[in-house]
Design a binder for this molecule. Structure first.
Ligand code: SF4
Ligand code: SF4
Length: 301
């Protein structure tokens, strides 16, 4: 049994984060490298969740893209309630004022991850408005859905060109969180020194600040054949067009294992490529060319 299946219901996003292939493609959306944006249709979505329910406990609604932009998002939330699957939603939070009440009513919703690091690249007025909407949602959730896990993600630790701007944003966000939830000096998170063993800082109830380093998308590291990965053991992904991929970072389908429109997920998970990769990870061998140039998996010892 897998822990999660990442179902990419759309590869569209309304932000243009510099570190994200989605953001870069969005910026190029009028140029020669423009790529058509797409939404998963409801028949394919239904098939994905019926198949996912046989193999996993949880789903996410992204690989790339902002899932709440899907016109059928609220219907998809409802459809999940007809399965035993739980949703861990990762969202940039820019639509939370619109979709928040539907989320809080959803029995399928287990966790919400807000990519609040994305606001560090926005105009301050927009960033502050989005953060306020997210904090309003958190307050409502604490009052009405204390069972819900919420992470305010700051996945922007590390050295990169706009790291200073990100640090200033983090400081602003922590100040707002401290004020909103009446944290005192002792309970306020200290995020000055990133430690890979201490990433989660409790705020209130099941609300957390979650810090991590900015990761690189696979395919750009120096070639390395030794290593392991949790892909195929804990999770797989399904792109918005039905291609099943080994991991939640393979947004281009470079490790396509099969097609959920034509095959059962069970058959795809037992395909020769999937079996070989899984065996390789167990033996600490990175067998696929994309994995050999992946730096993300180097965090798995
Ligand atoms: S908000 Fe998320 S999906 Fe959208 S551009 Fe930024 S990182 Fe990519
Ligand atoms: S090693 Fe990297 S590219 Fe390969 S499955 Fe894992 S995360 Fe994906």
């Amino acid at each position: 049994m897998l822990n999660s299946i990442y179902i990419e219901i759309t590869d569209t996003c309304n932000l243009h984060c510099s570190f994200c292939p989605c953001g870069k493609q969005s910026q190029a959306s009028t140029g020669p490298s423009a790529k058509a944006r797409d939404f998963m249709d409801s028949a394919l979505f239904e098939r994905c969740i019926r198949q996912a329910a046989l193999h996993a406990e949880n789903v996410y609604f992204h690989i790339l893209g902002e899932p709440t932009l899907h016109p059928g998002f609220v219907h998809y939330l409802k459809a999940l309630e007809t399965t035993p699957l739980k949703l861990n939603l990762t969202t940039n939070g820019t639509t939370i004022a619109r979709v928040g009440k539907h989320l809080l009513q959803s029995e399928a919703l287990r966790q919400v991850n807000f990519s609040t690091h994305a606001y560090g690249e926005l105009e301050p007025a927009h960033a502050e408005k989005h953060l306020q909407d997210v904090l309003d949602f958190c307050q409502m959730a604490l009052a009405t859905r204390p069972d819900l896990y919420i992470n305010l993600r700051l996945w922007n630790a590390g050295d990169f060109p706009d790291a200073l701007r990100q640090k200033e944003w983090n400081q602003f966000l922590i100040t707002q969180v401290t004020r909103t939830f009446d944290l005192d000096g002792d309970t306020a998170p200290d995020m000055d020194h990133f430690c890979s063993r201490h990433k989660s800082f409790p705020v209130k109830g099941r609300l957390y600040l979650h810090q991590d380093s900015r990761f690189d998308w696979p395919g750009f590291g120096n070639e390395n054949t030794a290593g392991t990965c949790h892909a195929l053991e804990t999770h797989v992904g399904i792109l918005h067009d039905g291609r099943v991929v080994a991991c939640c970072l393979d947004h281009e389908g470079k490790i396509t294992l099969g097609d959920i429109r034509k095959q059962e997920l069970d058959e795809i998970l037992k395909s020769p490529l999937a079996l070989s990769m899984r065996e390789g990870f167990q033996k600490r061998e990175l067998r696929h060319p994309l994995c050999k140039k992946c730096t993300f998996c180097r965090r798995f010892k």
